[in-house]
Design a binder for this molecule. Structure first.
Ligand code: ADP
Ligand code: LRH
Length: 503
């Protein structure tokens, strides 16, 4: 019914969307409801280059969230609350008058170059892992802030509060400064075992501990739309809920798994391959394999690894778009299907693919340097990317199995990337296991479930999962018999061995 409808904002690195969620009567007249999701608004999320630095278009993001709220009401819906999830690690700084300082940086901004090494030599790599439980990604908040510190950024001197992206947008909508837990754990400044901000570390890095706000758990009511926001938009002052505001964690909430230990792949700009845990796994092998323990919703930790993901394809597509070759993702997949299989591979996590000026040449250079045929056609390029990702998923899944000692039956894939059916098929083949794909809008759905629970429309996470299972059919990909994929894995490994990967 409309009285329990919620509005979910899911802001990914490539696009943002507002989806309305309602628990509706089942169409077959059954007594259990189904989750009906309606897209209200969608917008591209395009970074902006200011001189040497890459930034988010934060004013546009705030405006688009406002547009989403207004459009929901204009379309006749009456959501009782909204929640925002976004990509991890990024933040805005707020001064003592409550105003935004500067333009929030994009996590791919090059100012963090060399910062992992520099910060680790300052505070110790092992110690950093033991306290944060995180994978060493150059863009983690700790390295971004340390880069600002090293540059003697005057912005840090006047910063009174640090707000991670969803908290930042919520602040300008509600006037309330909050800090949501799952997002806080992506900073690498949160102590995962002590479950609080790592103050000694923050101080050692010369940062001001009072910038960091006490985290709240997903499901917490933050406040309502402020009077001025409600008036500006012509809507009632609806509730703002802190959801699992890190998009990856919202997506995990919506994975329709049947067993308590399942493997998942959140497939968007990034590919996050992981499994759910009750406690962080702090062990030298986790450091060695460079996995993260990220805070999740419902008192979980997510043991996962960031894989470079469809970013690589997005960047190639951007270049083809600029050349006027108007390919949609469907066209790119069809071109890839027509190409010869297993010709050349890249290591997707080689840091050279993090933010190259020219992704297409970067891939070609990689293939040349590793003595492989150089992909020239669009189809060959796409095929190389998708096959390499599928094999990388196998590599990372196997490494995760060594860490947990569990064998996973198959892999749950969620997120925008599962619309690429070729990638799902390749993944099933590369793993030699079943892939269950769905739902596409997992982050928005997980965002809604946390709101439904906070608002009392659902009793528990378990009810939420059952709702998802009833509402969204899964696509099942079984590995093809007698495929060459197993034999070709060693070819991939030979081509990608000894390449520089994160950490
Ligand atoms: P994010 O949340 O990180 O912005 P999404 O979950 O929206 O990312 O996934 C975006 C990715 O989904 C794109 O990089 C693209 O590869 C893939 N994708 C989107 N639409 C399609 C489509 N119609 N067919 C195949 N792949 C698609
Ligand atoms: C995926 C994601 C990922 C982070 C990255 C910055 O959208 O949140 O979990 O590491 O963006």
């Amino acid at each position: 019914s409309h009285s329990s409808a919620v509005l979910a904002f899911d802001m990914g690195a490539s696009s943002g969307r507002a989806l309305l969620g309602e628990i509706a009567a089942s169409p077959d007249g059954g007594s259990q409801g189904i989750l009906k999701i309606t897209e209200i608004h969608r917008f591209a999320n395009v970074p902006v280059q200011f001189g040497e630095h890459m930034h988010w278009n934060t004013p546009m993001l705030l405006q688009e969230v406002k547009n989403g709220i207004r459009k929901a009401f204009q379309a006749g819906y009456a959501p009782v609350s909204y929640g925002i999830d976004s990509w991890g690690v990024d933040y805005g700084l707020i001064d003592r008058n409550g105003e935004l300082i500067g333009i929030p940086y994009h996590y791919r901004d090059p100012r963090t170059e060399g910062m992992v090494e520099e910060t680790c030599s300052q505070v110790g790599r092992e110690r950093l892992f033991q306290e944060s439980g995180l994978q060493f990604m150059p863009f983690n908040t700790i390295f971004q802030l340390n880069a600002m510190r090293k540059a003697s950024s005057p912005m840090l001197d006047i910063a009174d509060a640090l707000l991670l992206t969803p908290d930042l947008i919520n602040y300008f909508l509600t006037g309330v400064k909050a800090c949501e837990f799952t997002m806080a754990t992506t900073t690498q400044l949160y102590h995962v075992r002590q479950r609080k901000w790592n103050e000694p570390l923050i101080e050692e890095l010369g940062l001001n501990p009072s910038m960091f706000i006490e985290p709240v758990e997903p499901g917490k009511w933050i406040g309502n739309l402020s009077g001025s926001t409600a008036k500006e938009l012509g809507v009632p002052p609806i509730r703002a809920i802190a959801v699992a505001s890190h998009d990856t964690e919202s997506a995990v909430v919506a994975v329709p798994a049947s067993s308590p230990s399942f493997a998942y792949l959140v497939c968007g700009t990034w590919s996050l391959l992981g499994t759910e845990m009750k406690e962080p796994l702090i062990h030298p092998d986790v450091l060695k394999e460079d996995f993260s323990n990220e805070g999740g919703a419902f008192d979980t930790f997510q043991l996962l690894k960031n894989i470079m993901g469809l970013w690589i394809l997005q960047e190639c597509k951007r270049q083809w778009d600029q050349q006027g070759l108007d390919y949609g993702y469907g066209d790119l997949v069809r071109l890839a299907e027509e190409e010869e299989a297993f010709r050349s591979f890249i290591q997707p996590d080689d840091l050279r693919f993090m933010n190259p000026a020219d992704m297409i040449s970067e891939i070609q250079t990689y293939c040349r340097e590793t003595g492989q045929p150089v992909p020239e056609s669009t189809g060959a390029m796409v095929r190389c990317i998708l096959e390499s990702l599928a094999f990388r998923y196998r590599e990372v899944l196997e490494s995760m199995e060594r860490l947990t000692g569990i064998r996973y039956e198959g892999l749950h894939m969620v997120g925008g990337g599962i619309q690429n059916e070729l990638l799902c098929r390749f993944t099933a083949n590369a793993l030699g296991r079943t892939v269950w794909a769905g739902p596409v809008e997992a982050s928005a759905i997980g965002n809604m479930l946390v709101q439904f629970i906070a608002n009392g429309a659902l009793a528990s996470r378990e009810e939420g999962i059952e709702l998802v299972k009833r509402s969204f059919p899964l696509a099942v990909y079984d590995p093809e018999a007698d495929s060459e994929w197993n034999a070709m894995f060693s070819k991939y490994q030979a081509a990608t061995r000894e390449r520089q990967v994160s950490g």
